[in-house]
Design a protein around this ligand. Sequence first.
Ligand SMILES: [Zn+2]
Length: 64
Amino acid sequence: MKPEQKDRMVKCPVCYQEKKWQGNAYRPFCSERCSLIDLGKWAEGEYKMSENLSEENSETVDDY
Ligand SMILES: [Zn+2]
């Protein structure tokens, strides 16, 4: 028996609750809800970035 192989706990970056790492399908989040919250943040940032890109693209097309 290895004392190191205890249940590993992971802190959810969204709600800061500690949950077991093993058997957690949504790690590093504690639940599906928190993973969706985090994904939503990323999606928002990506959306803004792609909006800027498409603006640049249309400008280039006009120039051409
Ligand atoms: Zn959480």
